[in-house]
Design a protein around this ligand. Structure first.
Ligand code: SF4
Length: 442
């Protein structure tokens, strides 16, 4: 309805128009979605301040809208992992946003009166707060590798993100998911000189977690993930390679953190091995619901596993973990990417809403990340993200479909609700109702 004329409005007018038309979606989350799809620019003075706080770790993908080679102010090493937007002219409740760098974005973080402010087209939007780097970010393993490489945290310190394999064996235009820059990002990080371990050993992970466990009380969950393994890695199949990590972690630190795995949709007997190892939550990401788009955008997954089998395995996994603990991700907005995607918001929401309804009717609880059109990915080379109206309407459909099936907030994401949520790469947790104090989970 509004998307067609988006380019003719200023960014601020676009946000305000959508806020007026969708008053049940918090204004903070409309700005958050806009920031996630457009990225943010940082002034030189703001970067001088942010460089003293918790830096962007490049925990798996680039999640930037320009490559490092185009960052003239060394934003890749000075910008923070996340910002918390508070107060300001719109009286923001705290909302945490992942930092996606884009020097050309209309959103700018600038220094102001000793602090930082988020501006959009010269209008002050909110105060910007940063998170201190945890003490363990200064520590190294015995082999000299920094902990920020081996076990960074995101979600304001809640989640330890263990990308144990920083590459993917789906490789090249015929196989790699078209929204994904994992392989290209690895190359640019190495080229930039960042310590960036391709394959982390179980011993490195345990050593890092030992240091974290002895110094940190903020982290509540960990995710083990990495690229897909279509043949073998270090002589191991995908399940044999990945299962060793939760097995070792849960043996050494039983129950210390909520254990989460993000890997492909694997056969039920393999998924059972994750459960037996102590994993609580399984994320077999389906990326995009529409059958035709899955074949095009996720060609490797379509060829090696197939969409129908992928969906069957998600439902099988529900029998292993309990449906509420199977949380497949999709990348919100890629169903509107050119050239193959839907051309209208109505079609995109109808399709994705159908997928949400299907999974949620089985008690399975998808979640999403807002698409970042990374220039090192196939889709991000030549286009910007989906219209903001799509993202606002998706938040409604997501919230309302959960309510229709009476689903509790997903586990392993911290507290839901505006002002509480820590999930920073989409607003799905911000728009869920807050729990009553007696129900608050970790
Ligand atoms: S399976 Fe797709 S999304 Fe996952 S790492 Fe490989 S290319 Fe990227």
């Amino acid at each position: 309805m509004f998307a067609e004329l988006e380019a003719q409005r200023s960014a601020l007018a676009n946000v305000e128009l959508l806020a007026e038309h969708y008053p049940d979606i918090p204004l903070e989350t409309i700005f958050k979605e806009d920031l996630l799809r457009r990225g943010m620019a940082w002034s030189r003075e703001a970067l001088q301040i942010s460089a003293r706080y918790k830096p962007k770790a490049y925990f798996i993908f680039s999640f930037d809208l320009v490559p490092i080679s185009q960052m003239d102010q060394a934003e890749n090493i000075k910008a923070p992992e996340e910002v918390r937007l508070v107060g300001g002219a719109y009286h923001f409740k705290p909302v945490i946003v992942s930092v996606r760098l884009n020097p050309a974005s209309p959103y700018r973080v600038e220094a102001s009166e000793g602090g930082l402010v988020l501006r959009l087209e010269h209008t002050d939007i909110a105060r910007v707060e940063l998170q201190k780097a945890p003490a363990y970010y200064q520590r190294e393993l015995a082999n000299g590798k920094p902990i920020i490489d081996i076990a960074p945290t995101i979600e304001w310190g809640y989640l330890l993100y263990l990308t144990v394999f920083r590459l993917c064996q789906y490789f090249g235009a015929q196989e790699e998911c078209q929204f994904c820059d994992i392989n290209e990002n690895y190359r640019q990080q190495k080229k930039s000189g960042r310590p960036y371990t391709a394959v982390k050993s179980v011993e490195e992970i345990l050593e890092a977690l030992e240091i974290i466990a002895s110094t940190d009380s903020d982290s509540k969950a960990y995710t083990v993930t990495g690229g897909s393994i279509t043949s073998t890695l270090e002589g191991e199949s995908e399940i044999d390679f990945y299962v060793r990590y939760p097995e070792a972690i849960e043996k050494k630190f039983p129950g210390r953190w909520i254990s989460k795995m993000v890997v492909q949709a694997l056969p039920k007997e393999q998924v059972q091995r994750f459960r037996d190892a102590g994993v609580s939550i399984y994320h077999p990401n389906y990326e995009v619901w529409d059958n035709r788009l899955f074949e095009i955008i996720c060609a490797g997954k379509a060829r090696y596993i197939g969409r129908d089998e992928w969906i069957r395995r998600i439902l099988d996994a529900a029998g292993v973990f309990g449906p509420q603990n199977v949380i497949p991700n999709f990348v919100a907005g890629i169903e509107m990417s050119r050239p193959a995607g839907f051309s209208t918001v109505d079609e995109a929401i109808a399709s994705t809403g159908e997928g949400l309804d299907f999974f949620m009717s089985h008690g399975v609880s998808p979640r999403f990340t807002t698409w970042c059109p990374e220039p090192l990915s196939v889709l991000g080379r030549s286009q910007s993200g989906a219209p903001l109206e799509y993202h606002v309407r998706l938040l409604r459909v997501y919230r309302d479909t959960r309510a229709k099936y009476g689903l509790e907030p997903p586990a392993g994401y911290g507290a839901p609700g505006l002002g509480n949520a820590v999930f920073s790469v989409s607003s799905f947790m911000d728009v869920l109702p807050a729990l009553q104090s007696a129900e608050k989970n970790a």
